[in-house]
Write a protein that binds this ligand. Sequence first.
Ligand code: SF4
Ligand code: SF4
Length: 478
Amino acid sequence: MIKKTFHGGYYFNCEDKPREKVIESVLPPMVVIPLKQGFGREVKPLVTVGDKVKAGQIIGRDDHGVSSPVHASINGNVERITKLKYSTGPINAVIITADSNPDWQPLAGNNRNWQLLSLEKIETLLYSSGATSLDSKGIPTRFKTSSNVGRDVSDLIIQGIEDRPYNLSLPALLAGERCTHFIEGIKILQKIMPRANIHLAINRNRREIKRELIQKTEDLKWLTFYSLPPRYPQGNDRVLAATILGKRDRKTVDAEGIAVLSVGTVLNVHDAVVEGKPVIETIIALCGPGWKENINIRVRVGTPIETITGIYLDQTNSNWMIIPNNPLTSGALADFSLPVDRTITSLTAVSKNIKVQRPWSLLSAISPLKGRGCSPNIYDEVKPCIFCGYCEEICPAGIIPHLIDKYARRNIISNELIRYGIFECVECNLCSYICPSKIPVARHIKLGQQRLIEYGFTEPEAGLKEDTVEKYCLGQEG
Ligand code: SF4
Ligand code: SF4
């Protein structure tokens, strides 16, 4: 096992994390299935109003575009096809009303002895399941499902770091037989990316899980095991690639065929190929003080968020805001009627009036302190930079955020910004979070990047996105 780390970062130790068990949530009376979920383009609907559909049935696909099929997640009838208003633009969605049958139909051709399946069959199962749309670059198959090509992937990194303020925890994901399923999922991925070095990065504090995984993968000589500290943003694709492979540059990470997949995605790979299960469910961690209980729930994809808040949110206070996935990089949900899709793994409920407790020394900033709140830096008054250097010490990209901020916020757009490494920013928002003057440093850096591009400076290859939840959100301030 290899131990590594990176410069900068921050240990979060938030309270209000969910218990490690997964609770089955009730079947929703109605689901809203967006025709774009995760990596790739929106697909065309294959159903019309009044059609009877089965859970697991493909109701949207487009084999010609870079995309993955979407499925009915419940049995029922198509009530309507409508447009959902996301902040990034409208997406069509199929609304299905449920009958009372909770069953789902498996994909044709799955096999418990998946080793007997041809590569073509495995890739078809993965494509048909929708699992190929997960994570920042999708999973490569013979269909158009990723910016990577399977045979060209040089390194596959599996990410199990738990570095965010709130995570879907490894013990919840890998309980019981799921650990074995996870390892089978890795073996399936190795088959479709035969030239890839496979790296498994696990939170170093999860000793029992590490022990079990090491025992069960002893015979996998092609698998390299890494034990990494859960320091944010270790799980970010670029930071992880830099830590493991020594490649930090955005262009290099994209161009050299590096794939980063989460533990949850690997489990979906197993489920699709071995059990024929499409991605019709997602496990969501309910985090923060706003929920009656901090639990992990398994819900059907397409469940409206208001259905979840109606059951689990603390109704004694109407002042909660909900932040999907990473609270440092996502904004608050603009509309609770929007559905959960395949990409949502946590919903954090915090008070709209929260005042963020801020560290006033670097020592306190990097020491895990019980009870420290976490939230994007959007609440308090902005004051002038005091040149404390916290943002510089914490930045995982090794750049000087306050220096770039000085240029970017005054709209001084020049080659200096590139020389200072503005495009090396991995958009983790830590500089904004940590800044005692509450300066939205990361937002200024992003604006500086946009201005450079507008003025004709060459942009590096398209950046890796941590997830796609930004479409749900109000303007991001961090
Ligand atoms: S931008 Fe904020 S964190 Fe960075 S040096 Fe200035 S006051 Fe400190
Ligand atoms: S948002 Fe960018 S500049 Fe700020 S800490 Fe993260 S990588 Fe560094």
